[in-house]
Structures are given as C-alpha cells and as structure tokens.
Design a protein around this ligand. Structure first.
Ligand SMILES: Cc1cc2nc3c(=O)[nH]c(=O)nc-3n(C[C@H](O)[C@H](O)[C@H](O)COP(=O)(O)OP(=O)(O)OC[C@H]3O[C@@H](n4cnc5c(N)ncnc54)[C@H](O)[C@@H]3O)c2cc1C
Length: 339
C-alpha cells in the first residue's frame, strides 16, 4: 500500500515538473529575479507534508511592488500564482487549519502595500481563472480576467452594459470586491451572481448577497476568493459600444495621470462633494513627500514619481486627511486598500 502511494506521488511530481517546465514563465506573468523554490521541497516545508499542490508552486520573499500599480511595498513571505482550482482549495484550507493569513490580489491597482510587506501567503489567480464565455444576455468571466480584456470581448460580441467600466485597470475579482465604477455606472449594476471559494468549498452567491455599496462589497478578501462572475448584458450596436468606450478612455486621459504609477482615486468622495475638489481647495496639489506627489492633474490621485515608498504615500494621505479636516471639517476616507 505504501509503495502504491509512493508511485502515485512520483507520477504526480513528474507531471507537475513537466507542466512547470514547458509553460514559459512570461506566460505566467512571472517577474524576473523571482526566487524559485522547488515546488515539492517548499510545499513539504510549508504544508508540513499534509497537502500537496499539483499545478502551482509557492515562492518565497516576492517583491509585491512588482504586482501593484503604485509600484511600492515590501515582500510577500509566500506567493503563489494559482494554476488550478484544486490547488486554491488546498491552499486556503491549509491557511485556515494553520491560522495563516492569506491575501488574494488582482492587478494590484487599488492596493497600497506596506513597506514591510505581507507576512502570509499572497495568492494571484493564474490562467485557468481567465476564461470568458458570452451569450446574448450574459457574460461569464473568471475572476482573473482583466477588465480591459472583458470590455473588448463584450464589444466584439455586441454586448452592452459594461461601457462605464472602460479604463479601470483592474481584474474582474478585484473590481467586484471594490465595486469599481464611475459616476456613470459600477460593477454592482451589471453583476448578477458570483462563484466564490472559501475553506468550506465553492458556492454561488446572488447580487443581493454580495451587498454592493459605494466602492465596497460584503465579501471579505481575507476569507473568500472570487472565482467567477456572471454579468447581465444586452444586445447593442457594436460601433456604439466602441464609440462610448473610446470617449470614456479619452476623458480619462485628459483628466487623470493614467500613465503614471498610482492606484486611482485615493479617497472616497464624501457626501459634501468630490474629494479632489477639497484637496485642491486646501492647496495640496503638487505636495510631495519623498517620491510621492499629489497629482497636479487630478488632486485625488497620489503618484509615485519614481522612488516613492509606501511610507511616503501613507504620510501624504495623513497630511491630506489632516488639512482637509481642519479646513472643511470633512474626514476623507481612503478608497484604496491599505495592506
Ligand atoms: C489609473 C487608475 C484608474 C482607476 N480608475 C478607477 C475608477 O474609475 N473606478 C474605480 O472604482 N477604481 C479605479 N481604479 C482602482 C482600481 O483599478 C479598481 O478598484 C479595480 O477594480 C481593482 O481591481 P484589481 O484587480 O487591481 O484589485 P486589487 O487592487 O488587486 O485588489 C483590490 C481588493 O480586491 C481583493 N481581491 C482581488 N482579487 C480578488 C479575488 N479574486 N477574490 C477575492 N478578493 C480579491 C484584494 O484582496 C483587495 O482587497 C483605478 C486605478 C488606477 C491605477
């Protein structure tokens, strides 16, 4: 019996090594300089031989700055580009059993990661979470699909409804968690249901259960992982869809520092008006700390001019909150997620 299991183990190991060696790293969004840990050695150390990943590998000390649009932040103790649902399940169960923190990231376009990094496992969804299927009234997309890819696919199938999301540089999963959108429309308007996974397994949840609110949802990304999202769409003239998306993109390019390192709007708009207006009227445009600067184009953006640290950005955030509070009596709550 022991021999039998050893043989199965050897076959799976060999298969895993073959798969890992034939698929190029660039295909897996692997960053240069990553610290490769042999999958079995690492997994046996990390998972204490209790569970084994089949298709994914865990790496150690991975710089998270490379995985965020701010381009700042320290290392993740452990990082896994997950390439199979089975592996995801093993990982989150292991984390649960060992009281080990995990964090799922999408495109890192709404994240400010601490300079000390993340003392746990960072999970990024790989290619098997990037499928899209379209029918006349529905699009089903994996959580790892990037919004620009999704919007292009919708337009090519003459499916309307997603146009207000044009130019948001996130993934489907991240956009659900943050209920991403603009004044023209948000994820909560177009999502009909989701599939999520936690340590108990997979489950479908309705839009109502997601509890979308202003840049928030009820899903706790430290416990649940969005796997797949269903969108309600409708037939619309392809050229009209493309025209609308193009207009939204052009407007963004005029009003936002879209080509610089940032995480979009730093603060939520308070009920009294746009956060950018209060920041600008407090005279804070162009204010800098270290390599971080309040954008001169859009005051609700903080940009990394090249060598910013997470600490520089956090300091600017505190100064802005303090000055706006003193001048207008308004507390600006952060929209970006601070880890
Ligand atoms: C130039 C620029 C413009 C932007 N414009 C807008 C805008 O107009 N409107 C807007 O709303 N936002 C905007 N953003 C912010 C950002 O793009 C959105 O919030 C986006 O939806 C975040 O998606 P992401 O994949 O990058 O998520 P991340 O930043 O990686 O993560 C965001 C949150 O989601 C969680 N998460 C990610 N994936 C999963 C998953 N599969 N399962 C569970 N949890 C997950 C993370 O843990 C984190 O808590 C902008 C950002 C930039 C840089």
């Amino acid at each position: 019996m022991k021999n039998y299991f050893q043989r199965i183990y050897a076959i799976i190991s060999t298969f895993n090594l073959i798969v890992n060696s034939i698929i190029p790293d660039s295909f897996l969004h692997k960053q240069p300089g990553m610290n490769d840990i042999p999958v079995w050695a690492d997994m046996s150390a990390l998972l204490q031989n209790k569970s084994k990943l089949v298709f994914s590998k865990i790496e150690e000390n991975i710089p998270l700055a490379e995985y965020t649009t701010f381009g700042v932040g320290g290392n993740a103790d452990y990082f896994c580009l997950v390439r199979a649902k089975e592996d995801l399940s093993i990982l989150i169960n292991w984390c649960k059993d060992n009281n080990f923190p995990f964090l799922t990231i999408g495109n890192g376009s709404n994240l400010l990661i601490n300079d000390k990094g993340f003392g746990g496992l960072v999970i990024k969804l790989g290619n098997c979470f990037k499928r899209i299927s379209c029918s006349d009234e529905t699009i089903i997309a994996g959580a790892g699909v990037s919004l620009p890819v999704l919007l292009k696919e919708a337009a090519n199938h003459s499916l309307g409804g997603l146009e207000p999301l044009a130019g948001i540089p996130g993934t489907v999963g991240g956009a659900v968690i943050t209920n991403a959108g603009t004044h023209l429309g948000k994820m909560g308007d177009v999502v009909s249901k989701l599939t999520v996974m936690d340590f108990r397994g997979e489950r479908k949840i309705s839009k109502r259960q997601v509890g979308f609110s202003y840049r928030e949802s009820n899903i706790n990304p430290r416990e649940e992982i969005v796997l797949e999202v269903e969108f309600s769409v409708f037939k619309k003239d392809k050229s009209k869809i493309k025209e609308e998306m193009k207009n939204h993109l052009e407007k963004r390019k005029r009003c936002q520092p879209w080509n610089l390192k940032s995480a979009g709007c730093v603060f939520k708009n308070p009920p009294q008006g746009p956060a950018a207006k209060f920041i600008e009227e407090a005279g804070l445009k162009g204010l800098s700390r270290g390599g971080a600067e309040v954008s001169r184009l859009h005051a609700n953006f903080i940009i990394n001019t090249g060598a910013a640290t997470s600490g520089d950005i956090s300091e600017l955030i505190r100064i802005i909150q303090d000055k706006v509070q003193k001048k207008f009596g308004i507390f600006l709550e952060t929209e970006i997620r601070i880890v």
